[in-house]
Design a protein around this ligand. Structure first.
Ligand code: AP5
Length: 213
């Protein structure tokens, strides 16, 4: 089963991907997490991606598509995956359709998490993430049990460099220009499930599970 989580920066894709991956026994494949891991390890991929990420731009398709398709070809993805942050434009969506088609598979559902702009800014402004497993927290809405430490793996929490006001503005612009056309693309394919992303994380998760049933 392949499920895409679509939504603006801060909509809660990462948060819901973790919850959904546990419930559906599927792997979360998050393009942003893969880039951040490469960045931490200072690989060639990480160095290339950094230039785009710190400006809030999309990393070029030829880099991104190859990275995600290679990840999807790993054994733990043999039953499918929860895709978080990919695809991000029509080019990536078509490349994904093609790659899955080659193994007689396809995207099952696309969950579009809809959140107002004011709420997105509030969420991104208070976000902390785990350096080790990338789980997101919020200093007001979902703080960790122990300050500065991840509940899941005990890793150190930090604030993302691209969560500053200027870069968030750019990321939102890029989302509306390049990613939001995917809403129509998947609507036409009859795969889109639109979910109200406001309310607490459990409420949103329940709405997603109900819609997927
Ligand atoms: P990426 O890491 O994918 O970031 P994003 O899409 O901007 O999304 P975010 O991770 O910011 O938000 P989210 O929706 O996952 O929200 P979260 O659950 O964390 O991409 C970063 C960069 O990498 C891009 O700018 C680009 O440069 C590059 N990149 C990545 N993928 C790419 C691709 N495919 N192509 C090209 N370039 C790519 O939640 C946010 C906050 O809200 C958290 O604090 C959380 O605790 C809180 N929260 C979540 N849900 C709720 C709720 N219901 N109520 C209250 N608070 C909540």
């Amino acid at each position: 089963m392949y499920i895409i989580l679509l939504g603006a920066p801060g909509a809660g894709k990462g948060t819901q991907a973790i919850m959904l991956a546990e419930k559906k026994k599927l792997v979360q494949v998050a393009s942003g997490d893969l880039f951040r891991k490469a960045l931490q390890q200072e690989t060639e991929l990480g160095k290339k991606a950094k230039v785009y990420m710190e400006k809030g731009h999309l990393v070029p398709d030829e880099i991104t598509i190859q990275m995600v398709l290679e990840r999807l070809a790993e054994p733990d993805c043999k039953n499918g995956a929860i895709l978080d942050g990919f695809p991000r434009n029509l080019e990536q969506a078509k490349a994904l359709d093609k790659a899955l088609g080659q193994k007689s598979s396809a995207i099952d559902k696309v969950v579009y998490i809809k959140v107002s702009e004011g709420e997105l800014l509030k969420r991104l402004g208070g976000r902390w993430i785990c350096r080790k497993c990338q789980a997101p927290y919020h200093e007001v809405d979902s703080p960790p049990k122990v300050a500065g430490k991840c509940d899941r793996c005990g890793g150190e929490l930090y604030q993302r460099a691209d969560d500053n006001v200027e870069t968030v503005k750019k990321r939102l612009e890029v989302y509306f220009a390049e990613t939001s056309p995917l809403i129509d693309y998947y609507k036409r394919a009859k795969k889109l499930l639109e979910i109200n992303g406001e309310g607490n994380t459990s409420e949103v998760n329940q709405r997603i599970l109900n819609a997927l049933r």
